[in-house]
Design a protein around this ligand. Structure first.
Ligand SMILES: Nc1ncnc2c1ncn2[C@@H]1O[C@H](COP(=O)(O)OP(=O)(O)OP(=O)(O)O)[C@@H](O)[C@H]1O
Length: 408
C-alpha cells in the first residue's frame, strides 16, 4: 500500500519518540489511511552519489521484506533542501526489549523462561526470512522434518548487523493491530505478544558512511568476534548477537562486559562467559552456547536452531495462539453479522406489518364503498387487483448479508 517513494505532505508529524545514531525518530500519521507510523530522519548531505544509491537500493529491498516478525518498512521520501531522507515504518506501541529487561532488572525478577523461548522463536522466524529469503512453512506437528533451504542466486540475503535489545520491538497480542492488551510483563500470563525485529540492514549502507563511523557511539556488547576483527558480516554474525540478546534476557546483563573497549574486545574474542542463572533450564543454556561460538564453523545457523525441539514446541504454540486469535476475531465478526441480520429482519417485519395494515385499511375502505352502493363483493375489488404489484414491489428487499470476509 505504501511501498515505494512516499510524499511527506501525506503525513501529519506528531511527537519525537527518541534519537538514535542516525537521527531523530518521530511518530507520524499517514493521513490517507489514518495509520500511525514512525518516521526516521537520516541526513544524507555528506554521502557521495554511490552511497546514496546504495541507501536507496537498500530501502527498496527492505520495503519488500514483509514478515509478521519484522517491523514493516512502508516508504521513503527526501527533503532535498535539508538533505534529509525520511523512512516511514510500522509503529511498535509496546516499547522494546531493552525496556523490558530494564523493568525486570529494576524489580529484581527473572523474565519467565517461556517468554524467553517465545521471543527467541519469533526472532529466529524473522531471521530465517532474512537469511534464506523465504518464509518458513507452518508446522503440522513438532516432529515435522524441515527441508534444508536452498539459497538461489537471485535470493536477497539480508543481514541485520545491529541485533540488540533496543532493536527488538514488542507489540500487543497477535492480530491486535491496536497494539493493546500486551502481556509482556508476564503478569497476565506467560504467552507473549508479537515480537518485531527493527532497524534492518540499513547499517550496511550507513556503515560505510562518515556519519555512521563518527556517530556510532554505542558499546559493541553484541558484536561478533569476526566483525570486531573487521571480517565481513555473515548471517552467522546475527546469530552471535542473538545469542548475546537471549543471554541478557536471562542474566539481565550482556555476556561480555568490561571497563575498557580493549578489555571488552578481548573478552568477546575469548568467547568465555558465565552461565545463566540456575533458575533457567539446561536446554536454554545449551542453545545460548550454540549461538555464542567464536569459531563460526561451530556456531548454529538459523535453520539449525529452528530444529531444536523446544523451539519447535514454541513455534507450534505460537501457531496455535495465532489460530485461537483468528477464531476469536471470526467469532466477533459472526456476532456482528448476527446483529446486522437481526436488525434487518426486524426492519423487514416492521415494513411488512405496515404494508399489511395499509392493505387491510384499503380493503375495508373499498368494501365500505361497495356496500354503500349496495353491491355484493364476490372478488377482490378491481382497483386493489390493479394495485397488487404496488404492494408487492414496495416490500423491502429480503435481508442479505454479503459474506465477503477474510475467512472465506
Ligand atoms: N518502529 C518503531 N516503533 C516504536 N518506536 C521506535 C521504532 N523505531 C525506533 N523507535 C524508538 O525510537 C528511538 C530511537 O530509535 P533508533 O532505532 O533510531 O535508535 P537506537 O536503536 O536507540 O540507537 P541506534 O541508532 O544506535 O540503533 C528508540 O527509543 C526506539 O525505541
Amino acid at each position: 500500500m505504501f511501498k515505494g517513494q512516499g510524499s511527506s505532505s501525506e503525513y501529519e508529524v506528531l511527537e519525537e519518540i527518541g534519537r538514535g545514531s542516525f537521527g531523530c525518530v518521530r511518530k507520524v500519521v499517514h493521513i490517507p489511511t489514518r495509520t500511525v507510523m514512525v518516521r526516521k530522519e537520516i541526513k544524507y548531505g555528506h554521502m557521495n552519489q554511490k552511497e546514496r544509491q546504495q541507501l536507496i537500493a537498500e530501502c527498496k529491498i527492505l520495503s519488500h521484506l514483509q514478515h509478521d516478525n519484522i517491523v514493516r518498512f512502508y516508504s521513503w521520501d527526501f527533503n532535498e533542501q535539508m538533505q534529509i531522507l525520511y523512512l516511514y515504518m510500522e509503529y511498535c506501541s509496546q516499547g522494546d526489549l531493552q525496556n523490558l529487561i530494564a523493568t525486570y532488572k529494576s524489580e529484581r525478577k527473572y523474565i519467565p523462561e517461556q517468554i524467553i523461548w517465545n521471543i527467541l522463536t519469533q526472532l529466529l522466524l524473522a531471521l530465517y526470512r532474512c537469511h534464506y529469503g523465504e518464509d518458513l512453512q507452518p508446522l503440522n506437528t513438532i516432529y515435522d522434518r524441515m527441508k534444508k533451504p536452498t539459497i538461489k542466486k537471485d535470493t536477497n540475503i539480508v543481514i541485520h548487523r545491529d541485533m540488540k535489545p533496543g532493536n527488538v520491538f514488542l507489540n500487543g497480542e497477535s492480530n491486535d493491530s491496536s497494539g493493546g492488551g500486551n502481556s509482556w510483563d508476564g503478569k497476565k500470563n506467560d504467552s507473549a505478544g508479537v515480537v518485531k525485529l527493527g532497524d534492518f540492514g540499513l547499517a550496511k549502507s550507513l556503515g560505510n558512511s562518515v556519519q555512521f563511523a563518527t556517530t556510532y557511539v554505542g558499546t559493541p556488547y553484541y558484536m561478533s568476534p569476526e566483525v570486531l576483527l573487521d571480517q565481513p558480516y555473515s548471517p552467522l554474525s546475527d546469530i552471535w548477537s542473538l545469542g548475546c540478546v537471549i543471554y541478557e534476557m536471562c542474566s539481565l546483563r550482556p555476556p561480555f562486559q568490561a571497563k575498557t573497549y580493549i578489555d571488552l574486545q578481548n573478552k568477546i574474542k575469548s568467547g568465555k562467559f558465565e552461565n545463566i542463572p540456575d533458575y533457567y533450564s539446561d536446554g536454554l543454556m545449551s542453545i545460548i552456547k550454540s549461538m555464542i561460538q567464536v569459531d563460526m564453523r561451530n556456531r548454529a545457523s538459523t535453520f539449525e536452531l529452528l530444529q531444536d525441539v523446544q523451539i519447535r514446541t514454541s513455534r507450534k504454540a505460537l501457531q496455535l495462539e495465532r489460530f485461537e486469535n483468528n477464531l476469536l476475531d471470526y467469532e466477533r465478526e459472526l456476532v456482528n453479522i448476527e446483529k446486522i441480520l437481526e436488525k434487518q429482519a426486524a426492519d423487514y417485519e416492521r415494513a411488512i406489518g405496515q404494508l399489511r395494515e395499509q392493505f387491510v385499511v384499503a380493503v375495508e375502505e373499498r368494501a365500505r364503498e361497495v356496500a354503500q352502493n349496495g353491491k355484493k363483493i364476490g372478488k377482490v375489488p378491481e382497483e386493489l387487483y390493479k394495485n397488487r404489484y404496488y404492494y408487492r414491489d414496495t416490500l423491502p428487499q429480503k435481508p442479505a448479508y454479503h459474506w465477503q470476509t477474510k475467512y472465506r
